[in-house]
Design a protein around this ligand. Structure first.
Ligand code: THU
Length: 130
């Protein structure tokens, strides 16, 4: 992960609208065009209706006409690694193969790099419907 991706994830995390959980998350996807798309989590008073940082980032990418993710970074605080939730793993899967690196970060730095395939093995994806 390069410095630009890390810096953008940190900036995105600052934008989080998370007044209910207090848990701020930033995410960045790098698309096949080389561009970075950032997102934060956006909560609301009807708690289950909020969404994750990864989802915001993916929406920005799709709105820019891109549909291939080549790298992802997620940033959050706390002792436990902030890995994408189950729903986001599937959302990422729509646009990424199992080899795509997922960088798990805290504001202090990179904590772990894994892959989408490790996070979502034997996944169901667009190929299944081809
Ligand atoms: N959250 C994310 O934005 N991404 C993750 O990968 C894990 C969880 C958000 C959802 C919710 O706003 C808050 O973190 C607490 O679950």
């Amino acid at each position: 992960m390069d410095d630009a991706m890390f810096a953008l994830a940190a900036k995105a995390m600052e934008k989080a609208h998370a007044p209910y959980s207090g848990f701020h998350v930033g995410a960045v996807v790098k698309a096949a065009n080389g561009r970075l798309y950032a997102g934060c989590n956006v909560e609301n008073a009807a708690y289950p209706e909020g969404w994750c940082a990864e989802t915001t980032a993916i929406a920005h990418m799709v709105m820019d006409g891109e549909t291939r993710i080549i790298e992802i970074a997620v940033m959050g605080r706390g002792d436990a690694l902030v890995t994408p939730c189950g729903g986001c793993r599937q959302r990422i899967r729509e646009f990424a193969g199992p080899e795509v690196p997922v960088h798990v970060c805290s504001p202090e730095g990179l904590r772990k790099t894994t892959t989408l395939g490790a996070l979502l093995p034997l996944s169901f994806g667009p190929e299944n419907l081809a």
